[in-house]
Write a protein that binds this ligand. Sequence first.
Ligand code: GLN
Ligand code: ZN
Length: 760
Amino acid sequence: MAAVRTTVLGYPRIGAHRELKRATEAFWSGRTDAAGLEAAAARIRRDTWETLRDAGLDDIPSNTFSLYDHVLDQAVLVGAVPERFAGLDGLERYFAMARGAAETPPLEMTKWFDTNYHYLVPELAPDTVFQLDRRQLKPVKEFREAAAAGIQTRPVLLGPLSFLLLAKPAAGAPKEFRPLDLLPRLVEVYAELLGELAAAGAAWVQLEEPVLAADRTPEELAALRTAYDHLGALALDRRPKLVVTAYFGPIGEALPVLGRTPIEGIGLDLVAGAADIDQLVRAGLAHKALFAGLVDGRNVWRTDLPRALATAASLLGSVRELVVGTSCSLLHVPLDLDLEENLPASLRGRLAFARQKVDEVVLIGRALRDGRDSVARELTEADAALTTRAPGVVDARVRARLAALGDGTPRGDYEARAALHRGSADVPLLPTTTIGSFPQTKEIRTARADLRAGRIDEPAYTARMRTEIDKVIALQEDIGLDVLVHGEPERNDMVQYFAERLAGYASTDHGWVQSYGSRYVRPPILYGDVSRPVPMTVEWTTYAQSRTTRPVKGMLTGPVTMLAWSFVRADQPLAETARQVALALRDEIRDLEAAGIRYVQVDEPALRELLPLRAADQPAYIRWAVAAFRLATSGAADSTQIHSHMCYSEFGDIVDTIDALDADVTSVEAARSRMELVGDLARAGYHRGIGPGVYDIHSPRVPSVAEIEEALRLALAAVEPSRLWVNPDCGLKTRGYAEVEPALRNLVEATRRVRASLPG
Ligand code: GLN
Ligand code: ZN
């Protein structure tokens, strides 16, 4: 029988009370120095190690802490620092790479697989020289720090294959260059680093290779083999034992490849990647340790312990050692359920946050070692929490309505709708509009905080919001925009706002999860059937419409995004949950129409993010995502214009999906790629209305009239004027009026010039 141990792959690093945010932001603003920041960071690390030890975990990870991002840490560690940061050093260089400095743009940031965490993208070129920065070997330093506190840890590193595949070629690198070409040199540096960790006394090192959960080419699998054959071949006095961990899905064909390398352990995500279990025996793990990810690191639900135990027990015969653990790092879930005081009791019993998941891991380990009876009480308790269907989870009315509705009757043909819209046009050719939000000013935030703290009542709050809407409407009229928005002052966050108004959703008070750097989000928890007790946006939108004769566009968040940025129930397929959200939105659109609103935008910025990592899984996802959007919008009259918005520019893989949504107009991010995607869309046969963002709202720079005019002309080279809308790349809520106002004036002026030059 295999020996049993317990661990987690990683732990939240922001502190129980967001200490890391406070410490880094204080450092950036000059309120603390490097020593102050370092002291706060050391406290968080030590707290984490001690918490994990006291909870009874056998193996504790280290180097899971980061001041900003672990991919950036790894880039700095191996010396992958682009030339433009050469004049800087230490923390100054580190944060410049993360956030930019005066004239130096930062590394690009992008989504970490299909999570809402963002990492910094290493930039590599043929002449990149990997070299350990011996003055600051972060993993060695943190290993020693833990050891000094009496805690033996397992350092965690991003593996060499993932590091290269997550990197991008630096601007100016030759076209044929691929970061993977650098593998042999990078592996040498890893070998050196492993030597340092061994010398410091580390018994195990965890090398993370999450890229294995996505489709990999034979060449990439060969690179995987080369890398770990090489590192595994190092003598055991020159390296710690190696466990290669993958997560976010099954690793499929990579498993036998890894199985044949001389590494000592393999970590698998047995929640999202349970399919790997079938090939475990064939993969030759009899001589290796299996780090079995049995407790879900991506969601907030309590583990089905009897089931996890049964899986674990079934593995004992196939492996040398079974290390019970989490499916991935706990970075993606909130820290501690015990901090929550306002969750409905029926929901609370079914939840487990990071701290509770550690207990679950320990419990499974204990049951395996000492027998089920040793944890009988805990098992019964967990079972009771999971099997009693909490009140409010099932809403028979919602289910009956959805069953009766099916997929809903499609709207009239798009071309006929477009003709109808042209016929009743209340806007000129090349209509100008915005994506929804206007700057979130200090007054708006204060009003929201005052309401929450009870310093003002509901009517006073409404009055303040109305004043803001008055301002935003007047400004848009003055600027000369064609389709106006109310500006979304009442929304703290585009998902949270709706989650707070829908039944079936709960909000946490302290459930912060790192999104990037010092930006944390508090995803709501979708735990029951979703329904809409009362209209959610009608009051604000119709108020805005009452202040102007120009059309006002209603603003809703789409079903996929409502799921993507929440923790969602795992007891029914996502597709079913999406239909419930869609039904609520469908009702909202009806109410908006009844109140005289003729334009409704349904935002789906997360549409691409939820796209499964493996191509084989994508069609099913696209089917339900499209169906949900259409269910939400197909109740609209043909005379209503349905808009949608997405904000990323890699549309290549989802052009057909955007078409299938059947929206009348879609606005997309396009400025940074200089309108390239308009041509892509046209070539792919997209024939609906399109609003390619004509300027980048992520930068405070005010675009000139000439620049916007040029962007419009580029777009017009690929799409007829009757299809083209003019708008910024995304919402304006993170900007200030000092930039927004001149930028929008330039946008309107550029549009006038282009209109004037159109034939006829
Ligand atoms: N309507 C939202 C806004 O303008 C859209 C935000 C988004 O795309 N992320 O803020
Ligand atoms: Zn956007």
